[in-house]
Write a protein that binds this ligand. Structure first.
Ligand SMILES: [Zn+2]
Ligand SMILES: [Zn+2]
Length: 261
């Protein structure tokens, strides 16, 4: 595979300490022709996770961009390097998010819009992918059906071009809600065909995210093969992403792509 469009850096506190250049070198070693850094944009709500380590701090944004630009120039002859963000879609905080994105219009085409947080009630947001324990506690407390219904609702909002021209081009790991699925006996009732149709009709690209293969309670790509195949049938452009948080992750498992057989 020629490009990896979902890569994190040491600017996110839950990543590794490797500098961005290490990811570039790893990509070149693996024969990848294009990479896109998509660091988690600063959160527009207070981080609800225990370590408060979900995203890049606001004061690091300029350093992230400068380091990316420097590498883009330095490696011009070897690899194409693009810069974007992984932006959280946070229901009810659209204005705040647009205000941030307006400052970086050149990053929008390379950015990914993802749902990691769902709004349970006024100012009560829950991070769905933090860990298995907190997810199990939440579905016990709120109900699995309700949690997944709110996720579906939130994903639909994220797919409605919520930031108009500032909406990122790609929708991130659409089946993230299933990250811990092998640790409980339920199956979500989400209308995935409806989600795919919306991706198509609103002109998004789809993050074909291989990080899920390394998640112990998931072990598939986001989304799984049958949905990737459906997306291809619908003519949705796939955006390959390793979701690397370590240089070794760049391009991980791309050879297992459904497009390879
Ligand atoms: Zn991350
Ligand atoms: Zn993500």
């Amino acid at each position: 595979m020629q490009s990896d469009n979902h890569i994190h850096t040491h600017y996110c506190p839950h990543g590794s300490d490797h500098i961005m250049e290490d990811y570039v070198k790893s990509a070149i070693r693996k024969g990848i022709k294009r990479i896109t850094f998509t660091e988690h944009a600063p959160l527009v709500i207070e981080d609800t996770t225990p370590e408060k380590d979900s995203a890049m701090a606001l004061e690091n944004v300029e350093a992230y961009i400068n380091e990316g630009r420097m590498l883009k120039k330095k490696y011009l002859a070897d690899i194409e390097i693009n810069l974007g963000f992984e932006v959280d879609y946070i229901e009810g905080k659209e204005m705040e998010t647009v205000r941030f994105l307006q400052k970086y219009p050149e990053m929008i085409p390379y950015s990914i819009l993802s749902v990691h947080f769902i709004k349970l009630s006024k100012d009560d947001y829950f991070c769905i992918d933090y860990d298995k324990e907190s997810f199990l506690v939440k579905i016990e407390e709120v109900g699995y059906e309700k949690v997944t219904a709110i996720y579906e609702h939130t994903l639909n909002l994220a797919l409605s071009r919520p930031f108009k021209e500032y909406t990122p081009k790609t929708i991130g790991h659409i089946t993230l809600i299933d990250k811990f699925k092998n640790s409980y006996p339920f199956e979500n009732q989400i209308d995935w065909s409806g989600i795919l149709k919306k991706i198509k009709s609103n002109g998004y690209h789809m993050d074909y995210n291989f990080a899920g293969l390394d998640k112990p309670y998931y072990k598939e790509t986001y989304p799984p093969e049958h949905l990737v195949k459906k997306a291809v049938e619908l003519g949705i452009p796939l955006s390959y992403g390793s979701d690397a948080h370590h240089p070794d992750d760049v391009g991980r498992y791309f050879e297992r792509s459904v497009e390879n057989g």
